[in-house]
Design a protein around this ligand. Structure first.
Ligand SMILES: [Mg+2]
Length: 264
């Protein structure tokens, strides 16, 4: 089965479309070519601090126009999950404004921890003792549903690794022994099944593309989609074989970058 015969493309952003603020050469053109072919595209990112609105601004800087329904950021997917479970749910979140914005847009009420039915853990670059104390008290309460936006341990920033959402998930686990009831971001099926729903396609009709084997490729395998690893981000030609061996997961295709997809 050729890649270009598929109807839909679930594409990771960091390491595929851009590295930080810098677009990856030819990736934007490749997306435009796929669109010209009439392919359905959705960009799926584990980002836990940005809303779709913030992400759309980023894409504008990359030189690619996207609409809100082409973006499934983990913040938005989290809001969608909670609103499916409960109308006007009351949520306490450790997260930043981008996450809060998506929760509110879904009709979710952001409340103080004493009134919360949900604990939503997302990254926060201003995390402090007070936020952690509130999150801890909620984690200790079994009646509170605990959702993590993504399972990312560390994030590869341009100048080196920085803490991911794992900084909070890990601390809560160490303190309370509790892990999230649901993790939304890749490699979780939650965000992937939501992507299929938005695309209105079955897994056999889509290709999942990303730069991390244990995140994107694993997520694609969990829904039984065709998987493509690109070597324009975290995984490189140098560490590819080592990573495949270490993780025991093999992508269906390994391509230099997104533009190579046009040759398959
Ligand atoms: Mg990535």
């Amino acid at each position: 089965m050729k890649l270009l015969e598929k109807k839909g493309f679930i594409i990771d952003i960091d390491g595929v479309i851009a590295r930080g603020q810098t677009p990856i050469p030819n990736a934007i053109e490749a997306v435009e070519k796929l669109r010209e072919m009439g392919k359905r595209i959705i960009f799926v990112s584990n980002n836990s601090t940005r809303s779709r609105k913030i992400m759309m601004e980023r894409f504008k800087n990359y030189g690619l126009k996207v609409s809100e329904d082409e973006l499934l950021i983990a913040t938005y997917a989290t809001a969608r999950l909670i609103s499916r479970e409960k109308r006007n749910a009351k949520v306490y979140t450790t997260g930043e404004n981008g996450l809060k914005e998506e929760l509110r847009l879904a009709g979710i009420r952001i409340v103080d921890y004493k009134n919360a039915e949900y604990l939503v853990v997302g990254s926060n670059r201003g995390i402090n003792f007070e936020i952690m104390t509130k999150a801890l008290r909620l984690a200790l309460n079994k009646n509170v549903r605990y959702i993590a936006v993504n399972p990312d341990k560390i994030f590869p920033a341009e100048d080196g690794p920085i803490p991911g959402t794992g900084m909070i998930i890990g601390a809560l686990y160490w303190m309370s022994g509790r892990e999230p009831d649901v993790i939304v971001g890749k490699p979780s099926k939650v965000i992937m099944e939501d992507a299929l729903k938005i695309l209105k396609l079955n897994a056999e009709d889509v290709v999942v593309i990303g730069d991390q084997i244990d995140v994107d490729v694993l997520a694609g395998k969990r829904i039984n989609a065709t998987t493509v690893l690109v070597l324009s981000g975290v995984t490189t030609k140098e560490n590819l074989n080592e990573k495949i061996k270490e993780l025991g997961i093999k992508p269906d295709y390994v391509l230099k970058d997104l533009s190579e997809i046009l040759r398959y």
